[in-house]
Design a protein around this ligand. Structure first.
Ligand code: DGL
Length: 280
């Protein structure tokens, strides 16, 4: 069995690709002092249409790599990975690897807010085909708030629109409107919409245009960052295992140049990336 170092280390942030940078950005804004390693599995992204087995295997490899880099805490910024891999990693892998390390996802921190934000108690969720077909959002909401009604809609064209830098173009309107119309046709009482995918904050202006007036939109970055801050306050034993040199490293399974170029769309400033390979 592999022995990971017990020494204090950076916080790891994992995503299938670039989208997790929308979450990472908000984490950095709120907690700039920690050291961070962001890992984007760009060579194998998108994860949205992949099976449980594959998303689990890829995510597990990424988490293991971040642990080897010294991370004591890893955030799965990716909804698809949180939906399809988090539970198995927490329940089966962590106890064998190192029970004192933690892997946290983005679904729970989002779901926790639902009861406070929705007045009608009718919630909508949009995400990748993988996230929606996993049923993770409705399941988590049913566990925590059984009185809340949830409708979900997969939006498989939204990630490609963002990745191809078409999110602000007139052509994007068609697919943004299409999926939102389908969702609100199922339940017109929805008053809160979870944007359950890392890429959707970039489509926020278009989404706002096509949701009925008065609907609250919930991009996750801020809530995930806030929830992480709360978590570290409640868990000083984890906080003291995190180093605070203010450094950031960016690892990608694609070419470093490609990552650096695309990352600036999400972070609005240039970054230096390192190219890596992921394996067991
Ligand atoms: N990061 C993914 C998510 O939040 C979207 C991109 C992908 O499909 O890999 O679901």
């Amino acid at each position: 069995m592999e022995m990971f170092s017990k020494a204090a280390g950076p916080i790891g942030v994992f995503d299938s690709g670039y989208g997790g940078l929308t979450v990472f950005d908000k984490i950095l804004e709120r907690m700039p002092a920690y050291d961070y390693i962001y890992l984007g599995d760009n060579a194998r992204a998108p994860y949205g249409g992949r099976s449980f087995e594959v998303v689990y295997r890829f995510t597990r490899e990424a988490v293991m790599r971040l642990f080897r880099e010294g991370c004591q805490l890893v955030i799965l910024a990716c909804n698809t990975a949180s939906a399809k891999a988090l539970r198995t990693i927490q329940q089966c892998d962590l106890p064998r690897w190192d029970a004192s390390r933690r892997v946290l996802g983005v679904i729970r921190p989002t779901v926790e807010l639902m009861d406070r934000l929705s007045h009608t108690k009718h919630i909508g969720v949009v995400g990748t085909a993988g996230t929606i077909s996993s049923g993770s959002y409705p399941l988590e909401i049913a566990k925590m708030f059984p009185h809340i009604h949830v409708e979900a809609e997969a939006c498989p064209m939204w990630v490609p629109l963002v990745e191809n830098n078409e999110y602000a173009s007139p052509g994007a309107d068609y697919f943004v409107q299409k999926y939102l119309d389908q969702l609100f046709a199922k339940d017109a009482r929805i008053d809160t919409l979870i944007l359950g995918c890392t890429h959707y904050p970039l489509l926020l202006d278009k989404i706002r245009k096509y949701v009925p007036a008065g609907v609250t939109l919930l991009p996750q970055g801020e809530y995930v960052a806030q929830s992480l801050e709360d978590y570290l306050k409640r868990h000083p034993e984890m906080a003291c295992k995190l180093t605070t040199g203010g450094t950031r490293r960016f690892l990608t399974t694609e070419s470093a140049e490609k990552f650096s170029e695309a990352a600036s769309i999400f972070l609005h400033h240039p970054v230096e990336a390192e190219s890596i390979r992921l394996e067991e």
